[in-house]
Design a protein around this ligand. Structure first.
Ligand code: HEM
Length: 292
């Protein structure tokens, strides 16, 4: 693990084959690795089936009901939808941008431009089919919950959260946080002991995703279920109504997309081979010494 990584004997033996100045540590346990990759597949398919469901009514509102009663704060729609050249637009908080080909208008089943929220290459299934999209989405959502619970229970009981994700006292000093921001801007990587643990920005990002964004996405999703409303009516109060829950569900899903983009860019910057291998085998190679 990143902080007090126990180096197993097989890795210790392979150390002699490493070039001078390098060391291999055991960074990720098998539970973290399995739940991480299950999560990658499940989150990707959830986003795709979620966009299919969103397309049935590509507008978002705040409050209890939305739909015809309120003005949407976000809308994907078509201008002149019945013409040969409809224009796709995204309206967001009063502003409007042309998004033809991607949002509002994209290729329909016959290959001609058609009114659609998200394009068919992004949705599951690709053609407009709300019922199938919902079946995929609800099945995957329970898979996400089961996988997430396994990760949370494991992380709580084996000390992973305390040891690897909780920022240490030295990391939360304003000067250390600033230094980490500067290091990221300069694409500078920690080496030696410092490379054995997550940096502070990484910890903040993982903690936000694991303990705030994903739970908010799951809870706002549950708030839209009539069955759950009967059992836990307080959820509707917590999110300020069904329309607000749908908006928060959409916003948290977009925050996950934003996180994944930055996360994958960081994986490439830090060394894609070493990073991906560490999430598959657990073994991570660091450079020893004090400078990057
Ligand atoms: C193709 C997409 C992805 C790739 C290539 C990837 C890769 C990685 C790698 C290499 C690490 C280890 C980083 C390190 O040791 O410094 C990691 C950790 C992590 N990733 Fe991803 N990831 C992907 C998608 C995701 C998604 C979709 C999520 C969540 C929505 C996610 C959440 C996390 C979290 C929370 C950790 C820390 C795990 C822990 O230590 O408990 N990743 N990822």
């Amino acid at each position: 693990m990143p902080t007090d990584s126990a180096i197993d004997p097989a890795i210790a033996a392979s150390r002699s084959r490493l070039p001078a100045g390098k060391e291999t540590i055991y960074r990720h346990t098998v539970v973290v690795r399995i739940t991480h990759w299950v999560n990658v597949i499940v989150v990707s398919l959830l986003l795709m089936s979620g966009m299919q469901i969103f397309n049935a009514h590509p507008r978002l509102y705040w409050g209890q009901y939305g739909a015809d009663a309120d003005k949407p704060w976000l809308e994907m729609t078509a201008l002149k939808p019945d013409s040969d050249h409809p224009t796709g637009v995204l309206r967001l908080a009063g502003a409007q941008v042309t998004t033809t080909g991607v949002l509002g208008v994209s290729k329909g089943p016959d290959g001609q431009p058609a009114q659609r929220g998200f394009p068919k290459w992004a949705t599951l299934p690709s053609d407009q089919d709300l019922a199938t999209g919902r079946r995929w989405h609800f099945f995957l959502a329970w898979l996400l919950v089961a996988n997430g619970l396994a990760y949370l229970l494991f992380g709580a009981f084996n000390g992973h959260f305390r040891r690897d994700l909780t920022p240490s006292r030295d990391q939360i000093r304003p000067r250390s946080i600033l230094a980490s921001i500067v290091d990221h801007i300069r694409l500078k990587h920690p080496v030696g002991e410092e490379a054995k643990r997550y940096n502070i920005l990484q910890k903040f990002a993982y903690l936000a995703v694991v303990f705030v964004i994903l739970p908010a996405m799951v809870l706002s999703g549950l708030t839209m279920s009539p069955g759950v409303n009967a059992a836990a009516p307080w959820l509707l109060d917590l999110f300020g109504g069904r329309a607000s829950a749908r908006s928060i569900h959409f916003i948290t899903a977009n925050l996950i997309v934003l996180f994944v983009i930055v996360h994958v860019v960081e994986v490439f910057i830090a060394g894609v081979g070493n990073e991906i291998r560490s999430m598959i085998t657990g073994r991570y190679t660091i450079r020893t010494g004090t400078h990057s």
